[in-house]
Design a protein around this ligand. Structure first.
Ligand SMILES: Cc1ncc(COP(=O)(O)O)c(C=O)c1O
Length: 412
């Protein structure tokens, strides 16, 4: 059964493969419809039609108005634009009583975490909310930390490392009751979880193309009302002056096509991925010294995608193995043809000493025990993964974990 298992991609949380339809649409723009959408001749007008079509596709996936969507170079830029855009509002546009206070969580992506750490150094007061061991926010804690001075709350929707989905409706209600702006980093959830901004009091939402089978280097921000932030870049009038600079039309078109294709696929994809995810979780948890991180198995079992998406993102499995380095697991899995990642892969390598890997701050915040925390592994299944692949992945990880354990026992 496993003879063809030499190239399994199970790292869809890191990035996804561009779909054929996306690549074809991008190629047409690169080769034929290459005009600058600001030009008034026919090449420019054609490019503008593509740009606006893509905007419509992104807006439609979250039920926003087209004029509320602003294209950027990706999730990181979207997040930076919101955080620094709000913090840079001119004095006369800052609502009365508001002062330099932002609330966020301890489990944000580095794009949010490090932007806010920067603001802290510049004199802002940032409150870092705890989560429980599965990564869920405590709404009462959020409520208790909001003061009349609070300007912004920024909460990640679906966590990239542990898959936890926060209840946006609840958080946005709390923000709205207290007249506080609300930003959500929806990079991992956009296109995977149905989102309707008309049902949510969200002011800003950050999105990215490459997590939804679109290209890298393109993203978008949903901005409910554009007078709530100042642009980060200064230049021409593109994107209604929120993001000046000639638009990356091929990337934007690819992003738009990816979003359009997903519109009717979110629920069937989630259903398929939920089944594979449960199979994988159950098998991995049978391995000795493996613990799950993020929302527990029973919660995932109860979380039928057609009814709600309230706890763990479909297809996302994260575990920790006792007394093993996550990077070593990733490299050994790679040798067996499986691409996965360690929860700590992208951000926490200690630059002063590249040989030592810092434990993930997300796992630390969730209280993962010290002898497990470095052995984190994240498997993120996508559209193309099959049940056979899931079986192969679980068997392979079992072999790797048991071999490492045997070797450690001999060394002892
Ligand atoms: C939750 C989250 N936020 C933000 C980003 C950054 O997005 P981009 O890679 O498009 O800059 C990522 C990418 O990994 C992410 O997972």
């Amino acid at each position: 059964m496993y003879s063809n298992m030499n190239k399994i991609y199970a790292d869809n949380g890191a990035t996804t493969k561009v779909r054929d339809e996306v690549a074809e649409a991008m190629l047409t723009v690169l080769k034929e419809d290459f005009g600058n959408p600001s030009s008034i001749h026919r090449f420019g007008r054609t490019a503008r039609v593509h740009l606006e079509e893509a905007r419509k596709n992104i807006a439609s996936l979250i039920n926003a108005k087209e004029e509320q969507i602003f294209f950027t170079s990706g999730g990181t830029e979207s997040i930076n634009t919101v955080i620094f855009g709000v913090s840079n509002l001119p004095e006369e546009r800052i609502p009365k009583n508001k002062d330099r206070h932002i609330i966020t969580t301890k489990i944000e992506h580095p794009a949010v975490k490090e932007s806010l750490e920067y603001l802290e150094k510049k004199g802002w007061n940032v409150t870092w909310l705890n989560t429980d061991k599965e990564g869920f926010l405590d709404f009462d804690e959020l409520r208790s930390k909001i003061s009349p001075r609070t300007t912004l709350v920024s909460v990640i929707h679906a966590n990239n490392e542990i898959g936890t989905i926060q209840n946006l409706k609840k958080i946005s209600e709390i923000c709205n009751e207290n007249n506080v702006l609300f930003h959500t980093d929806a990079v991992q959830s956009f296109g995977k979880i149905p989102l309707d901004v008309t049902n949510l009091n969200i002011d800003f939402m950050s999105m990215s193309g490459h997590k939804i089978y679109g290209p890298k280097g393109v993203g978008a921000i949903y901005i409910k009302s554009k007078d709530k932030l100042s642009p980060m870049l200064i230049g021409g009038g593109q994107e209604n002056k929120i993001r000046p600079g000639t638009e990356n039309i091929s990337g934007i078109v690819g992003f738009g096509v990816a979003a359009k294709l997903l519109k009717d696929e979110i629920l069937p994809d989630a259903q398929k991925l939920r089944t594979l995810q449960l199979e994988l979780m159950e098998r991995l948890l049978r391995i000795e010294n493996v613990m799950l991180t993020g929302p527990a198995l029973n919660k995932v079992r109860e979380n039928i995608p057609h009814e709600n998406f309230l706890n763990r993102i479909s297809g996302h499995v994260s575990i920790c193995c006792k007394d093993i380095e996550g990077e070593s697991l990733v490299l050994q899995a790679d040798l067996k043809g499986i691409a996965v990642s360690s929860g700590s892969a992208c951000s926490t390598r200690n630059t002063a000493n590249s040989a030592s890997i810092k434990p993930s701050y997300v796992l630390l915040a969730c209280g993962i025990p010290g002898n497990y925390i470095k052995g984190s592994l994240r498997i993120t299944l996508g559209k193309d993964n099959s049940k056979d692949e899931v079986l192969y992945i679980s068997e392979t990880i079992k072999d790797i974990a048991e071999n490492v354990k045997k070797k450690t026992a001999v060394l002892k």
